[in-house]
Design a protein around this ligand. Sequence first.
Ligand code: EPU
Length: 428
Amino acid sequence: MEKIVINGGIPLRGTIDISGMKNGALPILFASLLVDGRCVIENVPAISDVYISLDILQRMGASVRMLDKNTVELDTQNIRGGSAPIDLVRKLRASYYLLGSELGRFGRAYVGYPGGCDFGVRPIDQHIKGFEALGAEVTLEGGYIKAEAVDGLMGAHVFFDEVTVGGTMNIMLAAVKAKGCTVIENAAREPHIVDLANFLNTCGAVIRGAGTDTIRIRGVETLHGCTYAIIPDMIEAGTYMMAAAATGGTLRINNVIPKHLESITAKLEEMGVDVVEDDDYVIVSASKKLRKINVKTLPYPGFPTDMQPQVAVLMCLAGGVSFLNDSIFDRFKYVEQLQRMGASIKIDGKTAIIEGGTPLSGAQVSAVDLRAGAAMVIAGLAIDGKTEIDNIYRIERGYDDLVGKLRAVGADIKKINVPDAVSFGMMA
Ligand code: EPU
């Protein structure tokens, strides 16, 4: 098993370049199924969720060629629908984009139930409701989702009962080549929704309104290949902004779209952290004791649930009692890990009540999910002593070279290999 080991207490100083957005890259890779011709996708993050997605596409018959570390060329001409290996599909949430893409390409889809971070129940009823509105019959059998539009997909009105990122993208994928017009109401407005729409439009789709809560899609017969660059990852950027704040350091964070970071910037400023924005970078510096804040996670442009565990660490370091409400997911499994470090946190339903300023010290903790793992790293960087984090494969699902980027700004952080028997013995 690999672990991350951190000797904390060192303020981070320097520059970090942000990679392409995980949650934008994954749907775009699967959207290549809809395209006749070659796609060259640039600024693809070097993360395991991307490699698993490319592996799935390749095993389905796509030609996948890495042109460099962050650029991939895809040709899905010979892909076989319904052939995604279930063991790989179960490794990530984003494999559900195969449903929309296969439906859009073949008029039918057969995909295993997706995996991803464990936040309790993660329904896909809104995706299914949307596919059905477009004319597909959807059934669940033996861990697989089967969807079929016998008479082809027809544009329709889809009104989501929940604001869902995955659902919005999946209906866009299914509708882009359907007959007629589709209108998605109560659509998610995340920047990666716009990214997917921009990619598809570059391939010849007609999608309007992405980034608002009403998206209109006029179906087209074919999509052609293109070259497209993924937007920067706002959650990766937000994570390093919080690492700067937690360590009392100064980081310049390059290759960002500051507008996407507004909710994060606002909360950092409320805590007393200085944030300077320019066209494509932010500089975050923290020199004072952090102030307590209250945060409620919301769909974009609200504060992202994917930054919830990271901001919890800042609340532990701040003076006073902070309230952290997650309205999107049941995502507090990591709290026990922070408690091992000395944090005082109580959970009341969907709210964590965090008493900041209790003495914290390095500990052996686990990355219970992707963003929780990032929070453990921030905590380890901020507090004196040694922190060891296991299950770091969960962090590597979504952070491109986290250890290398942090070392370059002065962190004492490394990855070590621990024989499984030893790590098991230590956990016993
Ligand atoms: N929901 C339903 N029914 C549905 C779909 C969603 O009730 O059919 C509910 C969910 O239970 C949740 C809310 O709607 O309460 C929002 O879920 P959403 O569909 O937006 O989330 P997702 O598509 O499963 C994506 C990201 C997550 C990110 C969320 C919210 C990917 C692969 N995953 O998940 O990313 O937290 O949107 O922004 O894009 C991460 O990167 O760490 C991560 C977990």
